[in-house]
Design a protein around this ligand. Sequence first.
Ligand code: DI6
Ligand code: FE
Length: 402
Amino acid sequence: MPSFDTVYVGFNAATMASNSDYGTIKDAAIAVKNGHIEWIGPACDLPEHKATTVNLGGGWVTPGLVDCHTHIVFGGDRSSEYEMRLQGANYEAIAKAGGGIVSTVVDTRKASAQQLLESAKKRLHGLMADGVTCIEVKSGYGLDLATETKMLRVARTLGEELSVTLRTSCLAAHALPQEYQGRADAYIDLVCDEIIPSLAKAGLADAVDGFCEGIAFSVAQIERVFKAALAHNLPVKLHAEQLSNLGGSGLAARYKALSSDHLEYLSDADAVAMAAAGTVAVILPGAFFCLKETKLPPIQRLRELGVPMAIASDCNPGSAPVLSLRLMMSMACTLFGFTPLEALQGVTRHGAQALGLGQSHGQLKVGYAADFVCWDIQQPAELSYWLGGQLVKHRAVAGQIT
Ligand code: DI6
Ligand code: FE
């Protein structure tokens, strides 16, 4: 007789274990052992066992949602900037005038770790309530060693204190701090020679990210950051082609990046390079919407090339104050032409792939983490159909309902 810790029954499952459909199992059962899926299939085929059986009482179970791109740790807020943008000011002009990312840097440097933890917890609770069980959290509002370290320590604490799988990224190359005005290459020296080595040594960064853009860093500067990351065995990813085309995604592909994110201005050649490199395209509809962007990311081309497309919240105080990943699924469908299946793939298997967790998360499959959500819906497409509402019935991380 197999030994399970818990067996869940009473739901249909969208396992997402297939590349081309929901991987549906009607009237399914999931057996959990040591936080992992030990058995999954139709309840009628469940082997005899002695474990506690929990009936989830109907609905659909999907893998827990993966939000693979967030900036949830930060000080202050930028609602006044939002009001300025509504009056016609633009994001790049605000950034050039000392607002934008750099203003959040001032507030994040001032905030205590405890203040950062408390405010980030509230945001994370919001995302979790809407189905997130796995999240990536970036630094990037410190831009000095002490504050980048403080941010990633707070991120690690979030992962320890809340029931969520959490991955961190060092985004020291996010913006040029005030004290380095006119000396961008000197700041990149600091990032490569001090910040990345120190965070890597402390085990605080799981990956290294950057912002390749006119208002941030050039391809040549980001390449130096990537070299430093690889020297410390850290995988890379990039914010690229958000506001203009600099070719950052081609660089990301050359460095076998986990993902290249935003991509509204992605060139065809760079899309082809991403496909060849296996780099995930992370689509961020919240930033597109909040900045009233009109240039669409080349979704049809990415689809044709077979580039895995993930969807994330980009939760941040400037361009995307987003606390619902389901809302991003809806926007990906309505604004970008995703199908509801692609949207669910984007926040499960492809989101996990973008974090290097494709072999352990984002699918309901034997050996994978027993992270799942039971939704109060009749059809999986409803996950990108409803805007708002409370669709989560149960949420389990490592097999424990939380
Ligand atoms: N792109 C973004 O969408 C965020 N960072 C980035 O490089 C925005 C960050 C902010 O405005 O605070
Ligand atoms: Fe971002």
